[in-house]
Unconditional design. Structure first.
Length: 523
């Protein structure tokens, strides 16, 4: 063995000695040529695409590693969730799938051909959900009708009924009827779930299922980047950059606006933060949630949705507030934020937020102020009735100002007052503020197990983002707002459980909650 090693060392030494000096010259020349070509290529890419594009290219290997790890963790998450799935998870998925958009139409296209192939796809899926709910009701397996009109769910159902009633005076009755029925279907399914779920752990599966669906939708936008990069990254036109990044992410198939991409990414980022910084107990699946947070924030930044970023920051504020991390909150507010503003990074952040827009565009919130001003004038003409839910914004406002391909006025509240007058928005705000009040009060005064507090904590943080975002987009009133309904449903689940646990007299039970069976008095 020693002889072999000695022979190998000798042969290696002879090889080095026999290597001609000219070989090293050729190697150095080739390396220099390769380096020169690489520098020229990089310079050309920088001049054409910018420095950020090169940095993004350099991040591709890290992104691929994160993708592989994320897929592994995601599949494990789905594997653990699969045994807990029940019939209503399937219907929840169908409702989610029914809202996927595979083509964008203008007002004229809708009037000429209201039911095309993709509309039939949507209606067909919804009819499956309707049939399933009525079959379960007829077989007395799920008494969802009474559950649908109780508590917070009952208030939002009343809002849906007002939307439906506005069909009578709508500027486009068929559109109002269809959209109102869609929204009521979402609420009916939530009522069925509340009539079925028996424990917080069971309801938590609906939480996780909902966030997973939005995660899959965001994943589809990144597959769109691989398959149709021009459409996914340059939504304004071929190689027309947006802001300092030069790109703006949106979904291609299914179609998903940059606004929605930013919102859904912000929601998932907040969920990841809530589970990395839990209100009580130990952190779980830390690696998975770190990856989810990085991917969500990256997606939100590339989508360049300012109100989604603002909602995300507001959600972080609520997270620190409700989790009792006041020291960290004060440090970020009074130390980090001022340093960021006065440093050179402050200018870069502001340039990013400008998104290449002019001062006038920024002052009008990307023309929203002009839309809302015209919408307010339209509302004042019919303050009590409006022009019909869901149809008013598109057909009575946007079409008249030459924005027929824009489906909404980018504000839940303007859509409601123009559509149903003061009645619809009053009921909607009662449900929204009631959910806020109940969850906040529950989180502050509850002595329950940590899983219940953790879910209330997550719900409030996400609700904060959705509430802020609903000022600038239609997030809560259009089919299917599953991110909002799952939170409202959790507040109602806790409310009903608390009513069942309080030992009060039979007549009070009958007066307050007539759908419950009479409970004998304990006095």
């Amino acid at each position: 063995m020693k002889n072999h090693k000695r022979a190998f060392a000798v042969s290696e030494e002879l090889y080095v000695k026999r290597t001609p000096f000219s070989i090293w010259i050729w190697v150095a020349a080739l390396l220099g040529l390769f380096g020169l070509l690489a520098m020229l290529a990089i310079e050309g890419m920088v001049s054409r695409h910018g420095v950020l594009a090169i940095l993004a290219l350099a991040c591709v290997p890290a992104g691929l590693i994160m993708l592989i790890l994320g897929l592994r963790c995601g599949l494990q998450f789905l594997h653990n969730l699969k045994p807990q799935l029940k019939w209503y998870h399937g219907l929840w998925l169908l409702v989610f799938a029914s809202a996927l958009v595979f083509r964008v139409r203008g007002v004229d296209d809708i009037r000429q051909n209201p039911i095309d192939a993709w509309a039939l796809y949507r209606i067909g899926i919804e009819l499956i959900v309707v049939a399933a709910l009525f079959i379960r009701l007829a077989l007395r397996r799920t008494p969802w009708l009474g559950s649908m009109f109780r508590g917070f769910v009952g208030v939002i159902a009343a809002f849906g009924v007002v939307d439906l009633a506005s069909t009578v005076w709508s500027v486009y009755p068929t559109w109002t009827l269809y959209k109102a029925c869609e929204y009521l279907l979402d609420i009916a399914l939530l009522g069925a779930i509340l009539a079925t779920v028996q424990s917080v752990k069971e309801y938590r599966t609906l939480f996780n299922w909902t966030w997973m669906l939005y995660g899959m939708l965001l994943a589809s936008t990144w597959f769109g980047v691989l398959l149709w990069p021009q459409q996914a990254l340059y939504p304004s036109g071929k190689e027309v950059g947006v802001g300092v990044l030069g790109i703006r992410l949106e979904g291609v198939l299914p179609a998903l606006s940059s606004n929605d991409v930013g919102t859904f990414a912000g929601i998932l980022g907040l969920i990841a933060l809530c589970r990395l910084l839990p209100i009580a107990g130990k952190k779980s699946d830390r690696a998975w949630y770190v990856l989810l947070l990085i991917a969500s924030v990256t997606t939100m930044v590339i989508a360049q949705t300012r109100s989604a970023i603002a909602g995300f920051l507001f959600g972080i504020f609520l997270l620190l507030l409700f989790s009792g991390r006041l020291g960290l909150s004060a440090f970020l507010t009074f130390v980090v934020a001022p340093l960021l503003v006065i440093s050179s990074l402050g200018g870069l952040v502001w340039t990013f937020l400008e998104r290449g827009q002019s001062t006038q565009q920024l002052e009008t919130l990307s023309s929203r102020v002009d839309w809302w001003s015209f919408a307010w004038q339209t509302f004042m003409e019919r303050p009590l009735t409006g022009y019909g839910a869901y149809a008013a914004g598109r057909f009575a406002v946007m079409a008249k100002i030459g924005m027929g391909e824009t489906s909404t006025m980018h504000s839940d509240y303007l859509e409601m007052i123009v559509g149903t007058g003061i009645w619809g928005i009053t009921l909607f705000l009662l449900a929204l503020l009631g959910t806020w009040w109940f969850l906040t009060r529950y989180l502050r005064h509850s002595t329950a197990m940590s899983i219940e507090q953790q879910m209330a904590y997550e719900a409030l943080v996400v609700l904060g983002m959705l509430t802020l975002r609903s000022i600038f987009m239609t997030m809560l009133t259009w089919h299917p707002p599953l991110h909002y309904l799952v939170i409202l449903g959790y507040a109602e689940f806790l409310r009903r459980r608390r009513l069942r646990e309080i030992p009060i007299s039979t007549h009070i039970i009958r007066d307050a909650v007539p759908q419950l069976e009479a409970i004998p008095s304990h006095t």
